[in-house]
Design a protein around this ligand. Sequence first.
Ligand SMILES: Cc1cc2nc3c(=O)[nH]c(=O)nc-3n(C[C@H](O)[C@H](O)[C@H](O)COP(=O)(O)OP(=O)(O)OC[C@H]3O[C@@H](n4cnc5c(N)ncnc54)[C@H](O)[C@@H]3O)c2cc1C
Length: 304
Amino acid sequence: MEKYDIIIIGSGPAGLTSGIYAGRQGTKTLMIDKGPAGGLGLEVPMMENYPGYEIIAGMSLIKEMKKQALKTTPLKEMEEILSVQPNEDNFLIKSNKGEYLSKSIILCTGNQHRKLGVKGEDKFLGRGVCYCATCDGPLFAGKKVFMIGGGNTAVQEAIFLKNIGCDVTLVHRRDELRADKYLQKKLETLNIGIIWDTVVEEIKGEISLETIVLKNVKTSQENEVEAQGIFISVGDIPINKLAKELGVNLDQSGYIITDKFQKTNIPRVYAAGDITGGYKQWVIACSEGAVAAMAAYDDLEKIY
Ligand SMILES: Cc1cc2nc3c(=O)[nH]c(=O)nc-3n(C[C@H](O)[C@H](O)[C@H](O)COP(=O)(O)OP(=O)(O)OC[C@H]3O[C@@H](n4cnc5c(N)ncnc54)[C@H](O)[C@@H]3O)c2cc1C
């Protein structure tokens, strides 16, 4: 069985940064991701708040980070970790492809998209219902789409959809947006329409999405509108299954609790990035990933 000093589970911005730091420290480290490396980073259309770049697409930055991490740290993609258990002074890590032993673990498993939970949402997934504008948006150029949500991600994605030629309208359940002011200004400049105080009641169609039923939360009035696409961005759910199994302490929302060295309550288990809650930002995921790798190294020094 392959043995490591550090196994990093998840290779989004947090995991890749942990990989860069851990590899350069000389520890025997492996990064594993159930998808392609990049995580939610791959979905970021254009980022304007990552230091050093006035504007950069998530995919481009991931490509560079991956190249840098791979210089010192191997990566296994399309391999899902199914369980992690303490095993004497190691952790036994089982994936859908194999088993590993590691002295320490850095959990960088991020979040998954929250669903609306309305009728038709699952039925039309991939046939009009989408959770990632960067991935699926180009299929809807020239088509009528709705973006559901009011935070930074929803507004960024609405702007992206408009820029690639979609006829996009934002639907938000409140009467003001949570998104940063500079993003709201862009919405205005691009003349992207907003339907306020409104939620989606149902998603309808035959083979693919045809209409969505909107409901005004103040008047309770319902309105069925034609749509070829609906993009949903209404929050995230932490991917904490492995953390739970390990007995890692979570907060009320299911995010991993860490100290300032990214240590969890379980010795030699660290966590970094969106899975630790708080501000979900690229630069924060990177910085936590770096701290976790450095702390893991320091703790390994004590046991060797
Ligand atoms: C549309 C959009 C726009 C955004 N815009 C910005 C922005 O402008 N600026 C900014 O700073 N941030 C932005 N963000 C947020 C930023 O992308 C995230 O904060 C960042 O990706 C978090 O990185 P992470 O590594 O913690 O998690 P993720 O990127 O989510 O990566 C987690 C990884 O863990 C893997 N994983 C999970 N479970 C397992 C398992 N059991 N086995 C193996 N692998 C597993 C997943 O496959 C995934 O690759 C945006 C996000 C989105 C979606």
